[in-house]
Ligand binder design. Sequence first.
Ligand SMILES: [Zn+2]
Ligand SMILES: [Zn+2]
Length: 386
Amino acid sequence: MTVPVSRSSSVAVPTRPPVDACPTGHRRADERINWASSIPFFLVHVVAVVGTLVVGVTTEALVLFVAMVWGRTWFITAGYHRYFSHRAYRTSRAFQLVLAVGGATCAQKGPLWWAGHHREHHRHSDTEHDVHSPLRGFWWSHVGWILCRRYDEVPTERIKDFARYPELRAVDRWNGVFPWLAAIGCVLIGGWSGLFVGFFLGTVVLWHNTFLVNSLTHVMGRRRYATTDTSRNNLLVAVTTLGEGWHNNHHYHQSSARNGFFWWELDVTWYVLRALGRLGIVRDLKVPSAEVLAADRVADGTFDVGEFRAHCARARSTVADAHLRPGATPRPLVPGGPESQLAAAELEIELEKAQLDEVLLGAVGAADDLRRATRRSNRPAVPERG
Ligand SMILES: [Zn+2]
Ligand SMILES: [Zn+2]
């Protein structure tokens, strides 16, 4: 039997928190790619390909390439990401510095810059304040956001906990030195082939490998948990990034040192961290409880608000684009003439679009409520029969 709910009930209806708007796909002036300052980035790609073709590939260079890609990827995943961004485990001040320096050799700026912006991504995932949401375009999330000037500075407010260490501030400030040290090491070990194949080609592959986590794992893959963003679990990216492809797991439980939640979810970063834990180099590795692992599953009936928000974001983007059509430009009013009728019609269209936008934002807020209501822990227990 259903219980009718009276609209005139005196029970206070909880007011919804303000909805964080979805991204609309438009660029601010300082979000356009700065081609001049991006020249070194593109140049590294050219040098890597041309240099490899000219000097050829030796066995030593191939070993260096593997070390430069996946050895350094570990410092990004275990260091910049799981440690500096999420504090998923603890370690000594000395090993913290090792993680910072190892990460800085990857030519992805310093640990404070990297982790600060990554915290921003989690704070505003797939909303208009997200630094690199693919809802603003795949290439924007993959690389565009790095090539504009808007995100050049360290977001100090977000990373105060680590910014208090002078040695980390120094690594961050002089981050450009460390990739060159890696390059010199490659020349000493593998000669010119070591430099072009090991360092330059290794750096290009390492970059795009890392960037895939920001782009592809918000676009392609399966969603186990009903997070408010578009994060997905992607096996391919999990393999190439040593476990970071389990991105939906990660967005669901960000403080976990383990992103592959189950034994079949390959997570090399975690295996190494666990080994370092046994050696006493790292400690207090955080992992989700069995209760957390079982909650908020899409397959279990929790409303997938992240997908819904993404659809609303695309709809809002379409509405906003319609505003920008040349035909929608406001014209001067001429009383009584066809121009004034046109202007009145255009004004009406603008108002309708504003209303539509409001409806979409309201729908996003309602979807958030629905997700909370359908969470397993919020569902009333069904009484046993018999
Ligand atoms: Zn993260
Ligand atoms: Zn993400």
